[in-house]
Design a protein around this ligand. Structure first.
Ligand SMILES: *[C@@H]1O[C@H](CO)[C@@H](O)[C@H](O)[C@H]1NC(C)=O
Ligand SMILES: *[C@@H]1O[C@H](CO)[C@@H](O)[C@H](O)[C@H]1NC(C)=O
Ligand SMILES: *[C@@H]1O[C@H](CO)[C@@H](O)[C@H](O)[C@H]1NC(C)=O
Length: 414
């Protein structure tokens, strides 16, 4: 009896082992193996994996869960394609494969010429600008620059302090897409004196070069500035709020404020736009960094970062690279609620609410992922002298019976 039981147990164990190894060998041939670690990991407090400027736009889900669902949805795609792979050849990748080997080989090539400069940008007033607005743009996005110039990126006196603006550009990758690009940037530079153009290809993976070259430029040509806002062209910035916020800070002290991302993990799925192989970055988490949609820094921090970044090896994701520079000088970036570089998260139960309420924007500093028309509209609504955000205040007041609303309606009726 005992022997038979033992034999049965051994038989069952053997079968389980065989089945398991069969299953495992099946799995090993799918690209999912690389991502399993990611999807199984329970998210840390709020780990955000996607750098700010490419975050999905107006995502209707709650902020805490959205990267996680992103990863899962990517993992699902991978699963689907790997199933297809058994019968049909793999469809082409959506992103052209990034050549990490070449990137590593060329990493020391990090000094490029400034083709269009604005050497007098920060010398328009003797004491220098209070705020310099530096906006990452690409040559092709003329309409975005134009709307920023006419709205939140205005130069001159704002709330009693001097504001100046520059756009940060590289050479367009596809020169046939806009054959007149050279004449365009030259004309813009003459007209607005806000164009900085460097001699490197303006690609996603070269944004780190833009970061370094801008800090370099700021240190050389704008050392009198008190504070810098650096951001994307598809954001809405409430410059008045930023100036209010900055008024109590000392530009000679460290300050780095934005939408800060803690505990982000490098993405090891080859299909992702943010894929980073272990040969390039071996650690499990990135240093603390700010979403690239928009952040603020002081004169003192700009100078320190400029020096620190010169000593940090190039890394293809610019936000993370700047995080590495911050880490090097042991500077802790400060999280501010007013920086929504992942876009505004709409409550899923009422997606129609708060989408375009200027009163909602009144308290924010930076909102990411807006269309040109939305930036224009929001700025104009916010600067309408008739704008009164009483509705918001009414909601906050304690509940009262109809008396109040009756009183309000009377003058209208009469
Ligand atoms: C460059 O842009 C043109 C016009 O938009 C397009 O037809 C062409 O395919 C692009 N070339 C590349 C290499 O992307
Ligand atoms: C960055 O720009 C340089 C100079 O134009 C170019 O050789 C290189 O291929 C670009 N790198 C990437 C990753 O696009
Ligand atoms: C900013 O730093 C420079 C040194 O690079 C200094 O000369 C200047 O006075 C500083 N400006 C302010 C407003 O702190």
């Amino acid at each position: 009896m005992r022997v038979r039981l033992k034999r049965d147990v051994i038989c069952t164990l053997f079968l389980v082992v065989v089945l398991c190894s069969l299953f495992y060998s099946q799995l090993e041939h799918t690209p999912l193996t690389g991502s399993r670690k990611q999807t199984h990991k329970k998210p840390a407090p709020t780990p955000r994996i996607f750098p700010g400027h490419q975050a999905p736009k107006w995502h209707p889900q709650a902020e805490v869960t959205f990267d996680h669902s992103q990863i899962i949805s990517i993992a699902k795609d991978v699963e689907v394609t790997s199933k297809q792979a058994q019968t049909t050849p793999l469809p082409p990748l959506t992103h052209s494969v990034f050549d990490f080997k070449r990137y590593l080989l060329n990493k020391d090539n990090r000094n490029f010429n400034l083709l269009i400069n604005q050497p007098k940008k920060c010398r328009k007033t003797p004491e220098g600008p209070f705020l310099l607005i530096a906006i990452k743009s690409v040559v092709e996005d003329f309409d975005r620059r134009e709307i920023v110039r006419r709205t939140w990126g205005r130069e001159g006196l704002v709330n009693g302090v001097q504001v100046q603006r520059v756009f940060l550009l590289g050479i367009p990758k596809n020169k046939t897409a806009l054959a007149t690009w050279e004449i365009l940037v030259h004309q813009e530079s003459v007209m607005y004196q806000d164009i900085l153009l460097w001699d490197f290809l303006d690609t996603f993976f070269n944004l780190t070069l833009k970061e370094i070259h801008f800090l370099n430029w700021a240190d050389e040509f704008c050392s009198s500035v008190k504070f810098i806002f650096k951001g994307d062209a598809d954001v809405f910035v409430n410059v008045e709020n930023i100036i209010d916020f900055l008024e109590i800070y000392d530009p000679a002290k460290d300050l780095f404020v934005g939408d800060i991302i803690y505990n982000a993990h490098p993405i090891r799925m080859k299909k992702s736009k943010y894929y980073i192989p272990e040969t390039m970055y071996g650690l499990g988490t990135y240093p603390v960094y700010a979403g690239g949609g928009g952040f603020l820094l002081s004169n003192s921090t700009m100078r320190k970062l400029f020096q620190a970044c010169q000593e940090v090896e190039l890394f293809p994701i610019d936000d993370v690279f700047l995080g590495m520079c911050l880490q090097r000088i042991n500077l802790k970036p400060v999280l501010h609620e007013g920086f929504k570089t992942f876009g505004i998260v709409k409550p899923s139960a009422a997606p129609h609410l708060q989408t375009f309420d200027p009163c909602f924007y009144k308290d924010l500093m930076v909102v990411h992922s807006l269309k040109v028309a939305e930036i224009w509209l929001m700025w104009n609504l916010l600067h309408n002298p008739e704008l009164s955000c009483t509705q918001k205040k009414k909601v906050k007041r304690p509940f009262q019976w109809n008396r109040k609303s009756n009183v309000k309606q009377q003058p209208k009726a009469g």
